[in-house]
Design a protein around this ligand. Structure first.
Ligand code: ADP
Ligand code: MG
Length: 360
């Protein structure tokens, strides 16, 4: 359906210096595939998507859509836009049009299809993204998640052969990421061909037929989700997919600002969409530091980690100069509570002391 060969893009800055963003991109995408593009920021993921939709003009190479090179002079842009839909990070809805008018715009105004038919089809699309009730309101009254679902309905209204998504959930409040991903999952089940730039690793793992890991302007490694996430071949891929988020606190004495640590742990949980774990994490800090360690073992390192891929949250309490597990001398009540809050408790000596690792 889409064949990209030796695609390159060099930006010329105002001062005359150049930046080669795409170096040599090659890939082939077949109907029904769901491709997730992952990779560090600044590696050309957006530029690649925008090139496929002619929002950016590549400097070299070719993009064949259904056998025709869309980069060739004279290739009609409207024909390509009809085949290739796009959903942006910031929704890009027409703010002065109602939700229904947004969805109807392309088929009715651009393609001049009969109004009643377009209205019916657009309502059906709004139903599909569960926003039929909002047909007559303006985008400004919608939440981010709702706006993005309208944007998806609007892209679908062109009956495209493929939809490109550029970080469709990264502008959203974490509580709204799920509703947008669930619409995309649904489209995937229906066999829609999609190319999705995303940082949602678990989603990419579940929904994709193939993953492209982009790095340094090329598709650095590609494969099935299993190959890329579970058995990456190249070290840069491995470092990227196994990335673990963490926040670390060095507690030097009992005068440490514990309230600030609480706030930061809460922020960490909200940021990585595990807000439901925040109360538990704070309770574990109290339990470990005050009840079990008796507020008497410092320095102490507290670490909270979250691995998006395995969806695992852990808390580490590393006490220096301690040779045996502090749990050995803890009261039965504290231990009971600890067990009730954790999925697993790991006790291990380290080179500098003793670590208790709690899996939430
Ligand atoms: P990604 O989506 O992977 O984060 P982008 O494709 O947005 O990466 O950008 C890749 C690089 O190209 C970045 O360094 C960015 O600053 C640069 N870039 C993007 N658009 C332009 C532009 N219009 N002019 C100059 N440089 C640009
Ligand atoms: Mg981008």
């Amino acid at each position: 359906m889409i064949t990209i060969s030796h695609l390159s893009k060099t930006y010329v800055n105002p001062d005359g210096s150049t930046l080669q963003v795409l170096k040599d991109v090659n890939c082939e995408i077949k109907p029904g595939e769901v491709i997730s593009i992952i990779g560090p920021s600044g590696t050309g993921k957006s530029t690649l998507l925008r090139s496929m939709n002619l929002l950016d003009l590549p400097t070299g190479g070719s993009i064949l859509v259904d056998g025709e090179d869309i980069l060739q002079k004279g290739y009609p842009i409207h024909k390509m836009r009809q085949k290739v839909g796009m959903v942006f990070q910031n929704f890009n809805l027409f703010e002065h049009m109602t939700v229904l008018e947004n969805v109807m715009y392309a088929p009715y105004v651009l393609r001049k299809e009969p109004k009643e038919q377009v209205r019916e089809e657009s309502m059906a699309l709004l139903r599909k993204v569960e926003l039929a009730e909002k047909a007559d309101v303006y985008p400004s009254s919608l939440s981010g998640g709702q706006k993005q679902r309208v944007a998806i309905a609007r892209a679908l209204a062109m009956k495209p052969e493929v939809i490109l998504f550029d970080e469709p959930t990264s502008a959203l409040d974490p509580t709204m990421v799920g509703e947008v991903l669930s619409v995309i999952r649904h489209l995937a089940k229906e066999g829609m061909t999609m190319i999705i730039v995303t940082h949602e690793m678990k989603f990419a793992y579940d929904v994709s037929t193939r993953i492209f890991f982009m790095n340094e302007g090329i598709i650095y490694e590609e494969g099935t989700p299993k190959q890329i996430f579970d058995h990456p071949r190249r070290s840069a891929t491995k470092a990227f997919v196994q990335r673990i988020r963490k926040a670390v606190f060095e507690v030097g004495s009992r005068d440490f600002d514990f309230l600030d640590m609480d706030s930061q742990i809460r922020q960490f949980c909200n940021k990585y969409n595990i807000g439901d774990k925040a109360d538990k994490a704070l309770r574990l800090c109290r339990l470990m530091i005050r009840d079990i360690l008796g507020g008497a073992h410092f320095p102490l390192t507290v670490r909270i980690t979250y691995s998006e891929l395995s969806d695992q949250t852990a808390m580490d309490f590393m006490v220096e100069n301690l040779e045996t597990s502090p749990l050995a001398s803890a009261s039965p009540e504290s231990l009971d509570e600890l067990r009730s809050l954790c999925r697993e408790i790991i006790e291990e000596p380290t080179s500098r002391g003793f670590r208790v690792k709690l899996l939430l």
